[in-house]
Design a binder for this molecule. Structure first.
Ligand SMILES: C=C1CC[C@@H]2C(C)(C)CCC[C@@]2(C)[C@@H]1CC/C(C)=C/COP(=O)(O)OP(=O)(O)O
Length: 300
């Protein structure tokens, strides 16, 4: 894999045109991206004879990290108001349609979309990535709006939205686009779509359990644990959510065993299923492991 420092520089350099883009977005993207790529390295190598895509290709790797950094930045644009609402609307339009941004600045958006379009092993993945981006942006907006408004979602409504706001489909689709994982074909299979829903729910619950203390102290209401506590103050929320997590993991395991998806989908889904233990626990810059109070658990 390319040296971390060099990858980081290339992500930062790309992010320079994006107002509010921070070192942290690049650092977390490279850390998370490296973790995922390392886990699927042997499988990517196995399929490279068919795809001709080198798992070590620097250009592909940096493009992947940039897309992850973009997802972090977009989340903070919503949560922290890094840019003005009209700028965010223009950015979303550019990223979701693959066109230049209508407002000045933000050239990184079109640059990234153009390189993904050019690198797409299967053009359908590029179309799907734009669609996943629109879903992600819409879910971030909806989550933010409900947390700020008077009407609270039910737990089911919250989970439904979080399947998109956790952005796992975007991550998978980007990997598929760059390394030829044939996700566009797999998406036609109901069992694969179920896997996407299950792993996304797992990711969301892991993220919320991990970020609970930090979100609570930041007054952030867009978190399953906080939402449940607001609705049911006496509920043992952490136990409930850990149970939900275990149940979803069992359902996911069953589909994965029955369906036997092609490489590298087994290790890839597995890597995402344990991200709480392997990624969040060591991620200090974003996930504030020094945040006071509970909400953090030992690695599973
Ligand atoms: C969108 C994200 C960027 C990539 C990242 C990797 C590196 C793959 C590790 C798993 C999570 C994720 C897919 C991440 C997903 C969720 C996301 C928007 C995180 C932003 O952080 P956080 O403030 O905890 O989320 P939220 O605003 O509380 O939902």
């Amino acid at each position: 894999m390319i040296p971390t420092e060099s990858a980081l520089q290339q992500v930062l350099e790309w992010g320079r045109s994006l107002t509010g883009f921070a070192n942290e977005h690049a650092v977390e993207a490279v850390r998370g991206g490296q973790y995922i790529l390392q886990r699927i390295q042997p499988s990517l190598h196995d399929i490279s004879a068919r795809t001709g895509r080198d798992p070590q290709d620097e250009k592909l790797i940096v493009t992947f990290y940039r897309e992850l950094a973009l997802l972090f930045w977009l989340d903070d644009c919503n949560d922290l108001g890094l840019i003005a609402p009209e700028q965010l609307a223009a950015v979303e339009q550019a990223l979701g349609q693959g066109v230049p941004c209508a407002l000045p600045g933000f050239e990184g958006c079109a640059v990234l979309r153009a390189s993904l379009a050019a690198l797409a092993y299967d053009r359908r993945d590029y179309t799907e990535l734009l669609n996943d981006t629109r879903c992600y942006c819409a879910a971030l907006r909806a989550g933010h709006a409900q947390a700020a408004g008077a009407q609270r979602w039910s737990y089911a409504e919250y989970l439904h939205n979080s399947i998109d706001s956790i952005a796992y489909s975007n991550v998978f689709c980007c990997l598929s686009l760059l390394w030829g994982l044939d996700m566009a074909t797999l998406r036609a299979r109901p069992a694969f779509r179920q896997v996407l829903r299950l792993i996304s729910t797992i990711g969301r619950l892991q993220n919320d359990l991990h970020g609970c203390a930090k979100d609570r102290s930041a007054g952030e209401a867009d978190n399953a644990a906080i939402l449940l506590l607001q609705r049911y103050p006496a509920m043992p929320v952490e136990d409930f959510l850990n149970d939900e997590l275990a149940g979803h993991a069992r359902m996911l395991h069953r589909v994965m065993v029955e369906e036997r998806f092609p490489a590298p989908w087994g290790p890839l889904i597995e890597a995402m299923a344990v991200i709480r233990a392997k990624y969040y626990q060591t991620s200090t810059s974003r996930y504030g492991n020094d945040a006071a109070g509970g909400g953090q658990r030992a690695p599973a």
